[in-house]
Design a protein around this ligand. Structure first.
Ligand code: FES
Length: 106
């Protein structure tokens, strides 16, 4: 699926992320700055925090309780738009997804 990652400074990166990878892995594998993913995708660091484009929020599976808890440790989490990108699995349905990176990862 084609995913657009928008850095805090507005720089956009459009990449094709294979189905089955996570949104975090798509950024990591393409060298996109702004997602650190210190824990490697285990939902235990919050440094893969992104803000999902408002148009896409409702298309994503809901947060599980662990993601919800970890988001509290992120910088300025938004109750609606914030997600941990390691918990977002890429499917064909996410073609066109846009995510914004926060100013920094904690
Ligand atoms: Fe650590 Fe997502 S990579 S919570």
């Amino acid at each position: 699926a084609r995913i657009t990652y928008v850095e805090f400074n507005g720089t956009e990166h459009v990449v094709d992320v294979p189905t089955g990878l996570t949104v975090m892995e798509g950024a990591r594998d393409n060298g996109i700055p702004g997602i650190e993913a210190d824990c490697g995708g285990a939902c235990s660091c919050s440094t893969c925090h992104v803000y999902v484009d408002p148009a896409w929020v409702a298309q994503l599976p809901e947060r599980d309780p662990m993601e919800e808890d970890m988001l509290d440790f992120a910088l300025e989490p938004d109750p609606v738009r914030s997600r941990l990108s390691c918990q977002l699995r890429v499917t064909d349905a996410l073609d066109g997804l846009r995510v914004n990176m926060p100013e920094r990862q904690i």
